[in-house]
Design a protein around this ligand. Structure first.
Ligand code: NDP
Length: 273
């Protein structure tokens, strides 16, 4: 089901599928994408302060008529706002733009060494006050998670990372599974490029699905939450048609074998922005 959920390590339930809105333009474009997705059954939206479309996301949610409490809303604190006090302030700004008084998930967008420890303290405080249902990180490698956990009182509930057939990161997946940190995939369909990969085209023919749907289904069967982005109604709809079939273990292994350790985005060990 489109709104089926995984239970995070603190008991919060998070949909397996969400709508990503990176590069969805502020204004009508993002408002319409969010409204359309919610109206066809999506119940999770992934934004961030840096995407500069939180107002539109908030408007889309309001105009959809879906009760706020039925929606899982994620935002992220941007690098220049990291630190204790600045994070508290950034969080309030996000709430104001999103026209809400709580978030379901708030993430540290990128690891920034010691600074991220202070950021985490702010997230813990907001969580304990009940202003965030779940807190987590994004783009953290194993060593960065380990460093954080040494100083954290609360374990992250989610790690949102670049994850797709050419960047599988089995060790990170294994580590997060062991630590009960839910992995969430960004750029899950490689910005649409999965449609050109022959192995995925063959699987698409076999299952009567598109390569994009094959990959999004693979995410879920690997236990990874997925948030494909689209502002195109037909794509938003077809990206959600992944709950009516199952990939075999052999076919999952075929997709695993496409791994090239190839990043589309920045390397979390070299964050210079
Ligand atoms: P995706 O892999 O989700 O690809 C999005 C692109 O693919 C868009 O150009 C979209 O076009 C196109 N597309 C969508 N559906 C289809 C389809 N069925 N067939 C062909 N093309 C399609 O990339 P993103 O980088 O956007 O990642 C997803 C989300 O992850 C982001 O939106 C954001 O929420 C999050 N993210 C988080 C990051 C982090 O650092 N934490 C970094 C990057 C992303 P169109 O919209 O025109 O339909």
């Amino acid at each position: 089901m489109i709104d089926s959920k995984v239970t995070l390590n603190n008991g919060t339930k998070m949909p397996w599928l969400g709508l990503g809105v990176f590069r969805s333009r502020e204004g009508d474009e993002v408002v319409n994408a969010v409204k359309y997705a919610l109206n066809i059954g999506y119940r999770s939206i992934d934004t961030a302060a840096i995407y500069q479309n939180e107002r539109g996301v908030g408007k889309g949610i309001k105009e959809s008529g879906i009760p706020r409490e039925d929606i899982f809303l994620t935002s992220k604190v941007w690098n220049s706002d990291q630190g204790y006090q600045t994070t508290l302030e950034a969080f309030e700004k996000s709430l104001e733009k999103l026209q809400t008084d709580y978030l379901d998930l708030y993430l540290i967008h990128w690891p920034k060494g010691e600074k991220s420890i202070e950021t985490w303290q702010a997230l813990e405080e907001l969580y304990l006050k009940g202003k965030i249902k779940a807190i987590g990180v994004s783009n953290f490698l194993i060593h960065q998670l380990t460093d954080l956990q040494k100083q954290a009182s609360i374990k992250p509930m989610v790690n949102q990372v670049e994850f797709h057939p050419e960047l599988v990161q089995p060790e990170l997946l294994e580590f997060c599974k062991k630590e009960q940190i839910q992995v969430e995939a960004w750029s899950p369909i490689m910005k649409g490029k999965v449609n050109d990969i022959p192995v995925l085209k063959a699987l698409a023919a076999k299952y009567q699905k598109s390569p994009v749907q094959i990959v999004l289904r693979w995410d879920i069967q690997k236990g990874v939450v997925t948030i494909p982005k689209s502002v195109t109604p037909e794509r938003i709809k077809s990206n959600a048609e992944i709950f009516d079939f199952e990939l075999s273990e052999d076919d999952i292994a075929k997709i695993d074998n496409l791994d090239k350790f190839k990043r589309i985005g920045p390397d979390p060990d070299n964050v210079d922005f």
